[in-house]
Design a protein around this ligand. Structure first.
Ligand code: MTE
Length: 313
């Protein structure tokens, strides 16, 4: 985000060159797949461990049929600044986070505030697979099969009060295992307007590629809001708070002229330091045009009727 201007990213540079080359040699010798190699190399649990799968997932009409990003790229080219600001740091460091036991407190302007054990939260509604595009503010994008259910199911269960207008997400922060550098104002927080949070596209997310979320992708629970830049998708959530006032958000506090509250994907509003008109899909060489609302305009544009989206970027 603030730290590094995005460059074109050929697949060989999704991880640092030295690591990629070593790993590729290792894979050639062992005959393992790339994903297995990434996990083994970093001493992380392998994917497709039966205990880590999420069981049957309903298909969703909201899924895109576009080719999916490779697991290896989606789990290694990451922003999770609590674990370091380089793209590969979260893969190396996030295994330090204990994701069970874990609780999520839903509080604020609701009739039924409640602390959920993560496994109760996981079972609150049927899990769906949602294959979504995620467009990062740094002008790269991925297509990932997420697993979760609409955040609306959780919000309805706690009964928002009439005065609730926003939803704030507070994420896990443990200085013993995360950076103590003041890169952002920790804990990382994000927020949505209540109608955005209730929109059926907003996914409370527990898994990806049919498995539980890897730590670096925001285990054990995160949100995915596919029409907004990736930084709105808060990872490793511990508190969901309904408020009357618009909540402060980590990137907006850090650089308000660069990162607004809404952060809807908008090819017509440049980041002050680079254009948002095109993007590079991870794994592809060509640039492609960025679509308004990341291609979800038909579903969400009406949320912003009458708003000047250049002003409310
Ligand atoms: N959540 C926390 N807690 N900390 C972070 O640094 N980074 C955000 C978002 N959520 C971030 C976070 C950014 S900038 C992006 S692009 C997405 O996570 C990337 O995550 P993904 O590749 O797993 O989707």
């Amino acid at each position: 985000m603030l730290i590094r201007r995005p460059a074109d990213i050929p697949p060989s540079e999704i991880t640092p060159r030295a690591l990629f080359d070593t790993r590729r040699d290792f894979l050639r010798r062992t005959g393992l797949g790339l994903a297995a190699g990434a996990a083994l190399w970093h001493g992380l649990p392998r994917r497709a461990d039966a205990a880590d799968t999420l069981g049957a997932l309903a298909a969703s009409p909201f899924s895109t049929a576009e080719p999916q990003t490779e697991w290896d790229a989606a789990t290694s080219y990451i922003n999770f600044y609590e674990f370091g600001t380089s793209k590969d740091a979260p893969l190396r460091n996030a295994h330090r986070m204990q994701v069970r036991p874990w609780t999520v407190r839903v509080e604020g302007l609701v009739n039924k505030p409640r602390e959920f054990d993560i496994d109760d939260l996981l079972r609150l509604a049927p899990l769906e697979e949602r294959i979504y595009r995620l467009r990062c503010v740094e002008a790269w994008s991925m297509v990932i099969p997420w697993a979760g259910y609409p955040l609306a199911a959780l919000l309805r269960a706690v009964e928002p009060q009439g005065s609730a207008k926003y939803v704030e997400f507070v994420t896990h922060y443990d200085p013993a295992i995360m950076t103590t550098r003041p890169v952002l104002d920790w804990p990382y927080t994000e927020g949505l307007r209540l109608d955005e949070a209730l929109h059926p596209l907003t996914l409370l997310t527990f898994g990806m590629y049919g498995e539980r979320l890897p730590n670096q992708n925001g285990a054990p629970v995160r949100v995915v809001i596919p029409w907004k830049y990736g930084f709105k998708s808060a990872k490793s959530i511990v508190t969901i708070r309904l408020t009357e006032q618009q909540p402060a958000t980590a990137w907006n506090k850090s650089a308000p002229q660069e990162y607004g509250f809404y952060s809807n994907v908008n090819p017509e509003v440049s980041h002050p330091r680079w254009s948002q008109a095109t993007e590079r899909r991870i794994g592809e060489l060509r640039r492609r045009p960025t679509l308004p609302f990341n291609g979800y305009a038909e579903q969400v544009a009406q949320l912003y009727t009458g708003m000047d989206l250049k002003k409310h970027y």
